[in-house]
Design a protein around this ligand. Structure first.
Ligand code: 5GP
Ligand code: MG
Ligand code: MG
Length: 183
């Protein structure tokens, strides 16, 4: 699918490219201050977090190591169930290290809450979360998230790493899909 066509499938843009980058620059400053002099490891959750990770790590004033996890959340269609299976584990031993989970979106919070307890069981120095997007009205479990880019309405969004049937991840904005895409 070409870029122009991807954009034409959007109904509404919720967050623009400029807003995303300004926000990630701002978050990067907070994160750099918080972890100054500490052994920080960024952990991205595949595949949605690739764009956030790429831009956040480049916005940081120092070089920080990165690792990835891939999980599958059992559930029907677009809803997650909280039952999580690790498809790809970290390559890194996180014992004694400061871990910052980098996420695209927190919806029900079930997946992230599972990932966080899983990582906490490995004796890291700390585990915190940074997410670009959060849907406060969709929360099923309370997840203590230190850094949130944007709170958005409880609607299905695509772009900037987020997919619909593996499409639209390459969009530079975050938006909702036009109804004709689903039918
Ligand atoms: P949660 O467990 O918090 O409900 O959501 C887990 C995952 O579902 C997110 O990391 C993301 O991959 C996917 N997800 C949740 N909401 C949306 C959405 O609005 N759009 C897309 N494309 N994926 C979503
Ligand atoms: Mg995600
Ligand atoms: Mg998806």
């Amino acid at each position: 699918m070409d870029a122009a066509h991807m954009g034409a499938d959007l109904e509404r843009v919720l967050v623009t490219e400029e807003e995303i980058h300004a926000k990630l620059d701002e978050l990067a400053q907070f994160i750099a201050t918080e972890y100054e002099g500490k052994d920080l490891l960024l952990v991205g959750v595949l595949k949605g977090a690739v764009m956030v990770m790429a831009d956040l790590m480049r916005a940081l004033p120092r070089s920080v190591p990165v690792d990835w996890m891939a999980v599958s959340s059992y559930g029907s269609g677009t809803k997650s169930s909280g039952v999580v299976r690790i498809l790809k584990d970290l390559d890194t031993d996180i014992t004694g290290r400061h871990v910052l989970i980098v996420e695209d979106i927190i919806d029900s919070g079930l997946t992230l809450s599972w990932i966080r307890s899983n990582l906490e069981s490995r004796s890291p120095a700390s585990v915190e979360i940074c997410t670009l997007l959060r849907k406060p009205d969709a929360a099923k479990v309370e997840v203590d998230v230190q850094w949130v880019g944007f709170d958005i309405p409880n609607e299905f969004v695509v772009g900037y790493g987020l997919d619909y049937a593996e499409d639209y991840r390459g969009l530079r904005v975050v938006g909702t899909l036009a109804p004709h895409v689903y039918s």
